[in-house]
Design a binder for this molecule. Structure first.
Ligand code: NDP
Length: 307
């Protein structure tokens, strides 16, 4: 029986682990299917307070993990396959391991969204990617495209110009959701070209197990065209990792967990932190802040429960 189990090892989960471990609650962190979370897929983080020259995302995560371990947090690899939250102790299964916990902190984060095309699915890892910082290197001097018009798409496209010959941003509208500063930065980059308003209808060619081109449709005049490229990056946002909590924890229509009075969910003793419950801010520092809140809420809950 554990006092606190934390699902997820990104910025929110690790901060919760640091606080819970320092409160002597001996938290167990279940890593999840993307250990370290989204910061491990980033390069330089320039807006995390305390690092005047920036810090590499994976390095920042490594620091937090070591800090949690120093105070006694334990880590288990593997993704959670089921949870039973009706009665305390809560039951959590991850791979072949089963856990019981008095409190649970859900910090399972969010994952990259896909277009939903059959050809996209077949070519993932063969020229289709959701992570420019992971895969950009493979496209040295190549023509590539990024789908999306938000900050993720702008950031990925800008990053990819370090490697690629040219990056074409494919957006389904003429307007962009991206912040002005990120959009201006992309526009000022002469390796970046914009193509709007287009949707990707197909990625070619699954039969060759490689990306050669995308078939595009202009949504204003319905004309289709072929854009030859070697790589396609999908930068259209994220989905919260909340499937296993459906029917047990309250969530909004997009699947983000609902919290109130700090990090409390609708189940007493279950707390949520980070991107799994935040579709507005989604920053490393806000995820860390909410991880701290969840650990403090769990600690107070345990105190009240034991008296
Ligand atoms: P957003 O939701 O902001 O943008 C998603 C983009 O993808 C939109 O242009 C959207 O188009 C498009 N899109 C969504 N679904 C599809 C689809 N099926 N087909 C084609 N296009 C699609 O997500 P982001 O991930 O860009 O950003 C999320 C948050 O994270 C924002 O708050 C952002 O500011 C922040 N962020 C900050 C960064 C930074 O500061 N360094 C870096 C990255 C993200 P449409 O507009 O038509 O809906």
């Amino acid at each position: 029986m554990h006092k606190v189990i934390i699902i997820g090892s990104g910025c929110a989960g690790l901060t919760a682990a640091i606080y819970a471990a320092r409160a002597n609650l001996k938290p167990v962190v279940i890593d999840g299917h993307e250990p370290g979370g989204q910061l491990t897929l980033t390069t330089m983080v320039e807006n995390f307070p305390g690092f005047p020259d920036g810090v590499l995302g994976p390095e920042l995560i490594e620091f937090m993990r070591k800090q949690a371990q120093r105070f006694g947090a334990e880590f288990r690899s593997g993704a959670v396959s089921s949870v039973a939250l009706k009665h305390r102790p809560f039951k959590i299964e991850a791979g072949k391991e089963a856990f019981e916990a008095e409190t649970l902190i859900v910090a399972a984060g969010a994952s990259a969204r896909l277009l939903g095309l059959d050809s996209e699915k077949k070519l993932i890892g063969h020229g289709v990617s959701t992570c420019a910082t992971c895969d950009g290197y493979f496209f040295r001097d190549k023509e590539i495209a990024v789908v999306g018009g938000g900050d993720t798409a702008m950031e990925e496209a800008t990053h990819l110009t370090r490697f690629a010959k040219r990056v074409t941003i494919l957006n389904r509208r003429n307007q962009f959701r991206a912040s002005k500063i990120m959009l201006d930065r992309a526009k000022a980059n002469d390796k970046i070209k914009f193509l709007t308003p287009v949707v990707v209808e197909e990625v070619l060619d699954p039969a060759k197990h490689d990306v050669e081109a995308v078939k595009l449709r202009n949504v204003e005049n319905n004309k289709t065209s072929i854009l030859p490229i070697s790589g396609l990056f999908i930068g259209i946002g994220h989905e919260p990792n909340t499937k296993i909590f459906r029917g047990q924890l309250d969530m909004d229509e997009a699947g983000y967990l609902k919290t109130n009075k700090g990090s409390r969910t609708n189940v007493d003793g279950v707390f949520a932190a980070g991107d799994v419950q935040d579709k507005t801010y989604r920053q490393a520092v806000t995820a860390a802040g909410s991880g701290c809140m969840a650990a403090m809420d769990a600690e107070r809950f345990l105190e009240a429960y034991s008296h």
